[in-house]
Ligand binder design. Structure first.
Ligand SMILES: *Cc1c(COP(=O)(O)O)cnc(C)c1O
Length: 393
């Protein structure tokens, strides 16, 4: 019965009674690994190239505020986010580095570029004219980066170089600080697409220089060109996300050796909620899609698809339990996942398993999970949901 004297009367007491011995499942973020990866990227590009650390989407699930604090302490001068909200969140967390907003509309309030000191990316000539009008109307200078669509077919100006030059020459109030593009197939060495994109970008840049316009920052590359040493794509800034978190996409075609060594930063663990023995022929989970072929011991994990465990791991994925791979059996459900622990029968409720990480020489990383789930490692990392606590170690 709940009475006024029952256990959780005040908010602090509520917190106290929810202080668990251990979270249901949690992500451990290694500060040391993140910093090592950042340093590896830095040394791969050399001292003349700035590394803009991409921390959009809550730093690919790693926690943007903490990641930004660590990397700015390491000397990162530029961060990249997707939208204004992400930029404001970082400012409120006290982050002082320059922040490029890479995929949003024009600033709709002068506070965004002044008080919050966020730097917009301009994606079209219409927006270029409009940002200049806003800078004039607001009576403030606005520095922006101009994105050119060199073949990605997504955001960016597609106009001929001469037209871009004329449009920029007409800008009186807003100031182009950077010229950028983004590659569609940067890990695919069987396709000439990246070379074509670089060529087109260089043409635009050359035309602008002929027009007397010299952007301070020139940037094209994300993680892959850095990892495979495609120096023609470095400009004087690279925008790196995935590699900072410890991943490089596998190359296709005749790729040069990967020159960048990075390690996954995030480990994902889950608590065992329940253990039970099932006879041969018992069904497990929604739809009864798994049937034991022998007397089996199973463990129910406190993590499900609402935490980011892909439903596609049903009857297909593995976790590391008791130092060895244990198969996911039955359907992954919203809050729970069932695994077979017949081979590690000593495991008990409250013990920890590894959903993503290493145990005893075995490794399950986001790329492996992505292969099981038919997706990409980015999706796996970004899919670890907000209800999963991030613990920095
Ligand atoms: C996300 C993003 C990046 C970073 O890409 P990674 O493959 O994670 O290194 C770079 N540039 C732009 C424009 C992006 O949106």
């Amino acid at each position: 019965m709940l009475t006024s004297s029952s256990s959780c009367p005040s908010p602090t007491a509520v917190d106290a009674c929810l202080a668990r011995p251990q979270p249901r499942n949690w992500a451990e973020i290694s500060r040391a690994r993140l910093v090592e990866n950042y340093r590896a990227v830095r040394s791969a590009v050399g001292p003349d190239v700035e590394v803009l650390a991409v921390v959009k989407a809550d730093a690919y699930g790693h926690g943007a505020a903490e990641v930004s604090r660590l990397l700015t302490a390491e000397g990162a001068k530029w961060l990249g986010v997707s939208n204004w909200e992400e930029g404001v969140t970082l400012r409120k967390a006290g982050i002082q580095a320059r922040i490029l907003v890479m995929a949003d509309i024009l600033p709709y309030s002068p506070a965004l570029t002044q008080e919050y000191a966020l730097t917009p990316t301009v994606h079209s000539l219409e927006d270029l004219a409009e940002i200049d009008r806003r800078a004039a109307a607001w009576g403030i200078p606005i520095a922006f980066h101009l994105k050119v669509d060199t073949g990605m077919g997504r955001l960016g100006v597609q106009a001929p170089a001469a037209e871009i030059g004329r449009a920029l020459a007409g800008c009186r109030h807003a100031e182009m600080e950077g010229l950028m593009t983004h590659f569609a197939s940067s890990a695919d060495y069987s396709s000439p697409q990246t070379d074509h994109q670089i060529e087109l970008f260089e043409q635009v840049l050359a035309q602008l220089r002929r027009d007397g316009i010299s952007p301070r920052w020139i940037h094209m590359a994300s993680s892959n060109p850095v990892a495979y040493g495609r120096r023609q794509a470095f400009g004087n800034m690279v925008r790196v996300g995935h590699a900072l978190y410890g991943y490089v996409s596998p190359a296709k075609g005749d790729a040069p050796a990967q020159t960048l060594a990075v390690q996954p930063v995030l480990t994902w663990k889950a608590s065992i909620l329940s253990v039970k023995d099932l006879p041969r022929g018992a069904r497990v989970g929604y739809g009864g899609t798994f049937q034991t072929s022998r007397p089996s011991r199973i463990a129910v994990l406190s993590a499900g698809y609402a935490d980011g465990v892909p439903h596609r791991l049903s009857n297909r994925g593995k976790v590391l339990a008791g130092g060895r791979p244990a198969p996911v059996i039955g359907a992954v459900s919203m809050d729970l996942t069932t695994i077979d622990i017949t081979e590690t029968p000593w495991l008990k409720p409250g013990d920890t398993v590894t959903l993503l990480g290493r145990e005893n020489g075995f490794e399950i990383n986001a790329q492996q999970i992505a292969r099981w789930a038919g997706t990409i490692s980015y999706v796996v990392l970004c899919g670890i949901s907000a209800r999963v606590p991030r613990v920095y170690v």
